[in-house]
Design a protein around this ligand. Sequence first.
Ligand code: PMP
Length: 441
Amino acid sequence: GVQCGDMAPMLEEGDDFYTRRMFARIQDCFSRPINSAPDARFNVMEREEDKDNKWSLKSTGRSRPCLNLGSYNYLGFAASDPYCTPRSLEASRRYGWAQCSSTVEAGTSPVLAALESRVARYVSKESAIVYGMGFATNSSTIPVLMGKGSLIISDSLNHRSIVSGVRLSGARVKVFRHNDATHLEKVLRAAISEGQPRTREPWKKILVIVEGIYSMEGHMCNLREIVEIKKKYGAYLFLDEAHSIGAMGASGRGVCEHLGIDTADVDIMMGTFTKSFGSCGGYIASNHDVIAHIKRHSPSTLYAASMSAPAAMQALSALEILMGDDDSRGERGQAKIAQLHDNANYFREQLKSMGCQILGDEDSPIMPLMLYNPSKIAAFSRECFKRGVAVVVVGFPATDLVGSRARFCLSAAHSRADLDEALEVVREVSSRCAVRYELKK
Ligand code: PMP
């Protein structure tokens, strides 16, 4: 083939010493090939281990049935569902797999319009816009709302899609200590009294950005106190509910429902369809004027192909189940959410009673088990995989250097037997990897 020139300068950015050395050696723990839907159990393809215990990425051709503790399939909608799947397949026949244009170019499918109005109703907002990708929902909406002369106050553990949106916006950014409302107030007050750089003029607008459930910690936003502060200082509030919509609150309406907070107190509500709804894409919900403004100005609406109709139908159908508009009149949806909470709370309590260091709040489907030492990442992942349990392990740069962890994601699709089987494996592997901290009597 035709050779490129010297590409080394292209590769200089991006890898630092740590990620280059560490992740090159443990690539088998990431991007594992799978060949089934991300249900409670799924098939993971095995890869070769050579005699020096160096793993290659070559498939052995064998697949291993595994318990899946890694997907964000919180309500079990990601695998085949008797209500969602036939409707999504029908949407693919009627509207095709892809829109092949942006919504403004060759039209908006009625499925997208239905999804937008339903998601707005679900979170009690006037209007919503949907995007084909959750990441782009954040990274392209924040710059539409904020720019030069405005101020963003961002939680230190906000997701990378938020960080990208904040950087692209050109607004001034200040970061507050994770979930610390007192620190938020301190940062906010100092920034207001300083005003804009050089001119010291007042900020055009101030936006506080937080998440409902933090994806690497599993715990919930301190929303009540944050709402008080944003009201006190006249700031706007942006809430990313990627991990909490569908999963928190008795009817899945997220952290506002869980904490008894009126969604009118949150100005911009963001969420994704990639977790609880088993689809892809994301949404922004707010009042009519804000959504109309975003639709007019968001580059991912104007210049990107819109969400595909089958994916939109999957999300719409899951929402219909949760809102009681399927044949079960709400029973299925509520039962799924209750099952998720039951599973999460059971699993968390069992892990804690084993002496594991577990983060995350009650009902939260995300459960990090702290490994701390980065050298334990590979051992923990490989030992679990050998025993038929697929877990996600996370290290720097997604966490601190010594904040390595395994992150379990629970699902309503897991049975109690699945959880007990996983707990036995975690008990054995956490002993081998010395990540249990039993208190000495
Ligand atoms: N926000 C948060 C908090 C997330 O965790 C994620 C991804 N897990 C996203 C946004 C991006 O969503 P998506 O994966 O749907 O693109």
